[in-house]
Design a protein around this ligand. Sequence first.
Ligand SMILES: C[S@@+](CC[C@H](N)C(=O)[O-])C[C@H]1O[C@@H](n2cnc3c(N)ncnc32)[C@H](O)[C@@H]1O
Length: 768
Amino acid sequence: MHKLATPMCDNELGREILKQLGALQLNGMVPPNGMERSLVKASMSMQKPALMEVHMRFMKQFSELERDWQLMKDPLAAKPETRPAKKKAVSLEGMRSIRLLELKVGKRYHGRVLHATLCADAFFLNLIQTMVEDEDGYAARVMIEDSLAGLTSWAKVQGRYPNGAKIAIKAPLLSELPDDSVALYVNTEDDLIVQSDFPAVSVEVNVWAKLDAAALRAEGNRLFAKQDWTGSIELYTKCIQKCLDSVRRKPTSNKHKKKGASENGTTSNGKVVDETVMLAFSNRAAAWMKSCHYERALKDAHEALTLEPHHLKSIYRKGCALHGMQQYELACKCFELALEQSPEKDIKLALQKSQTCDMQSRRGVYELSKYLVGGFEGPLPEFSDYVGPVEIRSSEGRCRRGLFVTKDVEVGELLLVSNALVVVHNGNHATGKNTSPSGRSNALLRDELLCSLSNLLLKSPKWLEQACSLADCECHGNTKVPPLELFRPNSKWTAGKEDVVLPRLKGVLLQNALDESGSCTRVLQAGRGSQFLGLWPLPSFINHSCTANAVRLHVGDALFLHASRHLEAGEEVTLAYVNTLLPKQMRHELLEKDHWEFTCSCSRCDLESNLSAPLKQVTKRFQSLWGWKEAVTPGQVECFKMAKLALRLEHLLKQKGLYLYERQLVRASFFVAYWVGYLNIDRLGTLCVKLPLPDMLIDAVTAVAPSDTMTSFFAGYWLKRLEEQGASRPVIHDAQQRAIHIYRCVYGNQTSGLLKQLLEAHEANTIL
Ligand SMILES: C[S@@+](CC[C@H](N)C(=O)[O-])C[C@H]1O[C@@H](n2cnc3c(N)ncnc32)[C@H](O)[C@@H]1O
């Protein structure tokens, strides 16, 4: 039964209505359970169509409810009431605009105003609820808390907040609701101003109208110094507009305009029309840069240079914008040009950075050693993207597209490097194009990621096109193979006409966002939370396999993809989306839980399906014992049971007469059962003697997941054990070579010395 919350209203009539509504509920005349929940759920993602649909359904039911009640009480009272006259002394003076998508959950925006249109009929339960749409077409649910006094019926509420009315929300706050959803919260009615109450935008215009162009630029500089990039951009824009308006008004300026006017109305004939406008363009370029709008920064730097070709800061800013767009070669040229004018340290450093990135993106050579040893400490570096010997191609079956190698590739060879479009961390620090620190649940991480992504895509047509090229949940026919140029630094790429809607973006994230889990994932992130969720464009084309052949190594926001096996030219590159050292049924459950929306039918899954009934029983037993999997030292009884299960499996494998490779695949699925036996060899005695040698298990897990943490951990453990037992030198040498090979699968083509160092560091931490 749907339950109405306690009303916020102390009005007699309001209480009466709610009491009557309560009575109606008992007669079954209530919105179905979950209706309100669907509304808030829909509002979380600001998907206008979904939000509207639930809102309308709710509205309809609510209005029927109220009409029934009115008719019951007094048939005449059912007529809509007129809007109560309500005059307020309101002012929006000095407040700057903000858009819905710019709002962050939990942050109140003082001094900002959200201009919007009511796009649904308002209604109320314990507070007034309605929907607004901002000028970008994004919609949100609004909850007006302190608003019931004098508005005790649906008709009155609608009269006060009529559909289509323009409103302004002062100091907006996107607030989290108890069920993890978000809504725009307005604490008092005074913060929500309906248009007829105020002379809309004109107040704001008047404030700035009083200032001349130089004062507007100075005001922009002041906001820039306060790191208010959006605010400074607004003021530089007003300054530019003012200058251009005055130029247009002067008859002499029209002559300039005819000769070589750019689209902004400035001249490109080398003569400086107005220093103020040039500086405003240049400063706005800096502000765009700071908010990661690199294309816009480039355009403004270009405008400034059209007016003053030798303006040092504009040349430097143009270089920075090009660097941000991964046009490293062109960026270097700008910095070299700037250095000819002034040997400033900042310019030298910028040149060095662009040269390094240029080299990395062309040759795929990265210096990772200092992040691999030394506990991954130190500041996070910037790595450029790199597209190695890979291509995107149509893939068979349900996979649509996939990533394939274009030549034979050896173990450890770097296939690509990709920086996150967006990433959110469940921990402390975060950097990158668009990252945000938090301490949130998985669902909220996803929402935060969606919010960051939708903001980011407004900033660059290239990022937008990259996101649009990815698959979404509904398989909306996205089988087009995008050109690799879209992902390659320094490439010539021209923007298409991509557009994206939020529901599709949500689908894109569900299908492509990667986290820290999976058998072929290693994370090196100094000082960050270990949990993250992000979107890396090119790696999003890699399909899943339960015997994957590549590994992703996360260093900061960069994802390094290495081959973890030898690959032949034309072979598909695969990653394990989930932990693959588990039985088929558990792998499939994990894939399903992670919203991947496919059932893996790789040869390993097929093999396990073919072993059907007997393997099913072992799996069931394994799952029931799996509860204590994380415990390093489970009780002796559990260890005994697990080890016995491994023996039962060995018996089954013998009976079925499988090939060695097939046996390895199945053993790897029950890795934990063997592992517990080996770890407790001293406690379990004769039982463990019957288990196959640990070398066989290492081979099995290497065959399935050469880069899994467990694989390298186990190889390191066994090496240490052999040394302690005083095994012969050749035996220890072989174990060491095998462990180093496994480390190469994980960390890529590092020197043998470095891999040995890593192995020793690992051994020191091994629990024995
Ligand atoms: C990260 S995308 C991989 C690229 C995707 N195939 C494409 O065309 O863009 C993940 C989606 O690819 C599909 N996929 C990945 N691996 C698969 C597999 N082994 N079998 C079937 N579909 C798979 C699923 O639809 C999955 O949700």
